[in-house]
Design a binder for this molecule. Structure first.
Ligand code: CA
Length: 336
């Protein structure tokens, strides 16, 4: 049986129904609280994503394209299913007017096949993508970082075997890039439970996570403690669902296809799933709405991220200062 985060979450969800029932208020007075002034020069970023399993990667890619603080230099497929994921990335970028952004195809390893967005890319020809498609995506990541005049921020929103392979092939990556990842669980587990979980991006490829999160670069993570609390419903969700710009419309089109085959086939009418990965995109340009702690974390052999004096020192978004402001920011960007 295929294992992915979607299935993993179904097994680990304890109080999701209760969480889903929580109202998300639209707070007009907060509408600008999370806004970030545009820097003179956007920051170069690479996105490494397992897009095509859980739907939050699709939201995160859309959000990233709407963040003028970030300049997307490459999207790399992570964690197998390389052709399927690359086709989703290609069609998404092309449909939304970003068909010049290079795509890196990961190696033909790990889980094979397709996933719940397969119908969307059934007739899409990656060969017709207008931008560059690198068949050796790991080398494309290395070249993009090593040739960049400025340090690159690598945003990782999936299990990370390809990023680990890149570090093995070119260890100097750690001197030239910084890492922002959706990874781990420090004090809260899935759905806000009071026990940490073995979080999927770590648990799925534990050795890779140990290598990537302990490497000598600056590491910033959003564990489940923060990213696991982000959902949209009510007016906020409705405003994205009804938005007509290509990014929002493409996100919702994919979400409808994704949810049609799942346990809650009409979810896309009224609410999002948990949008874990969007928070890693956010932390790539600001930490304003999060409480950040400097913690030493060790990835254990069973996939937990434990505080340990011998662990890697990293910046961890352990709580929200203002989750409503984050939801508002996310929605404002998507509907703009
Ligand atoms: Ca992901």
């Amino acid at each position: 049986m295929e294992i992915n985060r979607r299935r993993f979450l179904q097994k680990s969800a304890v109080v999701s129904a209760a969480l889903a029932g929580l109202p998300v208020k639209v707070l007009p007075q907060l509408a600008t609280a999370g806004q970030v002034s545009k820097p003179a020069k956007p920051r170069p970023v690479i996105l490494a994503t397992d897009i095509g399993d859980d739907i939050d990667d699709t939201w995160a890619l859309g959000f990233l394209l709407k963040c003028p603080e970030l300049d997307l230099k490459l999207v790399l497929t992570e964690y197998g299913k390389a052709q399927y994921r690359a086709k989703i990335i290609g069609k998404f970028l092309q449909t939304t007017g970003h068909g010049q952004i290079p795509i890196g195809v990961g190696p033909n390893l790990g889980p094979q096949g397709e996933g719940p967005q397969a119908a969307w890319v059934k007739d899409y020809d990656l060969g017709a993508y207008p931008g560059k498609v690198h068949p050796d995506g790991i080398q494309a990541l290395i070249d993009t970082v090593m040739h960049s005049p400025e340090p690159v921020t690598l945003i990782v929103i999936g299990p990370m075997p390809n990023v680990a392979a890149a570090l093995t092939r070119e260890p100097r990556l750690a001197d030239r890039a910084q890492l922002v990842a959706m990874a781990g669980s420090v004090r809260l587990g899935y759905d806000g439970t009071a026990q940490p979980s073995a979080e999927w991006n770590v648990k799925a490829e534990i050795k890779a996570a140990q290598q990537v999160l302990a490497a000598a670069w600056q590491v910033t993570i959003t564990p489940l403690d923060t990213c696991g609390l982000v959902r949209l419903d009510g007016e906020l969700y409705r405003s994205v669902r009804e938005a007509t710009n290509p990014v929002a419309a493409t996100v919702i089109e994919n979400y409808r296809i994704w949810s049609a085959g799942g346990q809650d086939p009409h979810a896309a009418d009224s609410h999002s799933t948990t949008l874990f990965d969007t928070v890693a995109v956010y932390l790539a340009f600001t930490q304003q709405l999060c409480t950040m702690e400097t913690l030493n974390l060790r990835v254990t052999d069973d996939g937990f991220t434990r505080v340990d004096p011998d662990g890697k020192r990293m910046q961890v978004a352990t709580q929200w200062k203002n989750l409503d402001a984050y939801r508002n920011l996310l929605v404002q960007r998507l509907i703009a």
